[in-house]
Design a protein around this ligand. Structure first.
Ligand code: SF4
Length: 256
């Protein structure tokens, strides 16, 4: 029964329209991530225990909430969840807090709230949450095992397995590619992504290509970390070429 009372470390939360799932949603960012992407726009999310941010005044990156508190907040926000909205649990990586995440999803489902999870797809028990998730967003940062490990610290075998399982079992699935110059953004990368998605069952899911941005860069300094990404911007032309190759390969793309 300890799991039932396990709290969540929550970074921030607020209503957001149509960015992380359909409609107007209560988007809850959970603390902790097992990857170390150098382009991360939420570096303060990485340590599971949270981090003291070097802001003025200094502040802690996360607070503590119990699943029933989050679910009650979601219930109270129901009148605002128009356009097919609901609650989205994202991160960081939400499955880092697997048990209380599960309980939060169960409570929201029981309250009739549409649920969405955005995940880096690395958790080995992700598929056990599928029945609790109405809309699943999974990242696919690279198709190549070695490159994935080089850039994020972890290979993509479990991710591929989770993508395959999700494609097999779900219709409400969105795959997100963060498009990063020098990492995964060349025309050849696009062709490899297309082949990869086809092998996973791409005809049952849609993909969204998100261009690299530097919005999170100042936060790296607040975390006492060096921002190492250089020259990773994607030109309009390179973006169009990348998306065009995916579309030619019959990958359904969402507008970004
Ligand atoms: S998976 Fe997401 S939250 Fe985790 S380090 Fe990478 S970009 Fe940041």
């Amino acid at each position: 029964m300890n799991d039932v009372r396990q709290p969540l470390r929550v970074m921030r939360r607020g209503m957001n329209f149509s960015q992380d799932g359909p409609g107007n949603r209560l988007v809850i960012h959970l603390q902790g991530c097992n990857l170390r992407c150098p382009w991360c726009s939420n570096p303060e999310s990485m340590p599971l225990e949270g981090i003291e941010l070097q802001t003025n005044p200094p502040r802690r990156s996360c607070g503590i909430m119990y699943p029933e508190e989050l679910a009650a907040e979601a219930e109270a926000a129901k009148p605002l969840m128009f356009g097919g909205g609901g609650v989205t649990l994202t991160g960081g990586e939400p499955t880092m807090q697997y048990s209380p995440l599960r309980e939060t999803l169960e409570r929201c489902k029981n309250a009739g709230i549409h649920t969405c999870v955005e995940s880096n797809a690395t958790h080995p028990k992700l598929q056990e949450l599928f029945t609790l998730i109405d809309f699943l967003i999974l990242d696919c940062k690279h198709y190549n095992d070695m490159e994935h490990k080089r850039w994020t610290g972890l290979d993509c075998r479990q991710i591929n397995e989770n993508l395959r399982l999700a494609a097999e079992k779900r219709t409400q699935l969105l795959i997100r590619i963060p498009l990063i110059g020098g990492v995964n953004a060349s025309p050849d990368d696009a062709r490899q992504f297309a082949r990869h998605f086809k092998s996973l069952g791409a005809d049952v899911f849609a993909a969204e290509v998100l261009r690299y941005h530097t919005y999170g860069q100042p936060k790296w300094a607040q975390c006492g970390l060096e921002y190492a990404m250089r020259d990773a911007e994607i030109s309009d032309e390179a973006f169009a070429v990348f998306c065009g190759i995916l579309e030619e390969a019959q990958i359904k793309l969402c507008a970004t």
